[in-house]
Write a protein that binds this ligand. Structure first.
Ligand code: SF4
Length: 396
């Protein structure tokens, strides 16, 4: 759909948006596990990326600002009711909470669950859903942010996903206004800085657009978290993917760089391309080399790198640039120091959730379980990536 058509559709959707109760979308970044999720828009206005399974069956629509505010008010009311039944020592009486829960209809329980989970987590942060909340008019975003702050003045963080394409079109003064109204962090799915890769996976952006969007976010004083997807260039463009992504990030200097390794999901265009041979997914060993090159090429920035997803081969690649760079590269080198059969044990044990880095294998009480799993499924150095591809689909 062309941008103009998207705009017309958005206007129509917004007009007919009737309030049917509190809403939440399907995903949030791992770092927002304890955030209250407030849904500003439904699904993804782009929805074209070949690797992404998340919103494929759903069409995009805007929610009206009035309805979003009704959701926030509902949570505010529930939080007040919960606070009234909390014991003075901070512990909740489960019978009272259950009685309260049972007094709600099925429809209202979604909001109550959101409120009580957020209360239990300390009510520190709010995440605005879904895939590209900033596609809303800036005035509407600011109005929502102001209302959140009014209802919950003690929160420390309000964050959202945003596409580079969308952010690059927002005027700098509007981003500044959003920052002043309380938007502290934007998570952008850069995935790659290579124009070749971005075009092939139909990301709807370019390296230059990623850089412009990222620099604008930083200029507004909003924290920036950039997501990178090792493996997305396939075997063919692995080196370009690593180097161009690092180059884009070197021009942005985001606060956070987050790694989320490619997993090919069934039903996506990318999985069809794998079947036809149009896309060759790199093995774990190839991706480890790609990741090493990526880390080596990062230069002149002081971003914090995190590898906080089970899809990633190494969880302990974490640290601040430039001082932790060699330590992070060392995690990958320990993997290459392993004999092939030990590497297989690491790859399988990592995806079973037992290891975070190769060092974890030493004296691990789980090594027997990993060996048994490898024997049971007949995992060898030759077929390990095929077996793991199936396992990783469960984590997408
Ligand atoms: S922009 Fe994000 S949510 Fe939308 S299709 Fe691409 S990866 Fe999926």
């Amino acid at each position: 759909m062309q941008p103009k058509q998207v705009e017309i559709q958005m206007m129509k959707e917004k007009k007919k948006d009737e309030y049917t109760g509190f809403e939440q979308g399907p995903i949030r970044p791992p770092s927002e596990a304890y955030s209250l999720l407030i849904r500003l828009t439904r699904n993804c206005p782009w929805n074209m990326c070949t690797f992404c399974p998340v919103y494929k069956k759903d069409s995009f629509s805007l929610r009206s600002t009035e309805n979003i505010i009704k959701d926030i008010d509902l949570i505010h009311t529930y939080i007040e009711r919960i606070q009234k039944v909390v014991n003075p020592d901070g512990l909740t009486d489960h019978d009272v909470i259950n009685t309260l829960y049972n007094s709600f209809t099925e429809k209202d329980r979604l909001a109550f669950n959101a409120a009580i989970n957020w209360y239990a987590a300390g009510m520190e942060s709010v995440f605005l859903q879904d895939a590209d909340s900033l596609v809303m008019k800036p005035d509407d975003v600011v109005r929502v942010l102001v209302h959140i702050k009014k209802c919950f003045p003690k929160i420390k963080r309000v964050t959202t996903y945003g596409r580079s394409h969308t952010v690059s079109r927002i005027k700098q003064e509007d981003l500044n206004r959003m920052a002043a109204a309380g938007l502290n962090r934007i998570h952008i799915g850069m995935e790659s800085g290579s124009d070749t890769v971005l075009k092939r996976v139909r990301k709807g952006g370019t390296k230059d657009k990623h850089i412009r969007a990222g620099q604008k976010v930083k200029k507004a004083g909003i924290e920036l978290s950039e997501y990178v997807m090792p493996g997305l260039g396939g075997i063919e463009h692995s080196v370009e993917h690593a180097m161009e992504t690092a180059s884009a990030l070197n021009s942005i200097n985001p606060d956070f760089i987050r790694l989320r390794t490619l997993a090919v999901s069934d039903g996506t265009e990318l999985s069809d391309q794998v079947l036809t041979g149009e896309f060759d997914k790199p093995s774990d060993v190839m991706m480890a080399k790609e990741l090493r090159l990526f880390l080596e090429t990062l230069d002149g920035i002081d971003s914090y790198i995190k590898s906080d997803h089970i899809l990633n081969l190494f969880e302990t690649i974490e640290g601040k640039l430039p001082q932790d760079k060699e330590k992070m590269i060392g995690v990958i080198d320990r993997f290459f120091d392993l004999e092939p059969d030990q590497r297989v044990l690491y790859q399988v044990g990592r995806r079973m959730g037992f290891f975070r880095c190769p060092e974890d294998m030493k004296n691990s009480p789980h090594i027997g379980q990993v060996k048994a799993a490898c024997d049971h499924y007949g995992v060898t150095p030759e077929n390990v990536d095929v077996v793991l591809d199936e396992l990783m689909k469960r984590f997408v």
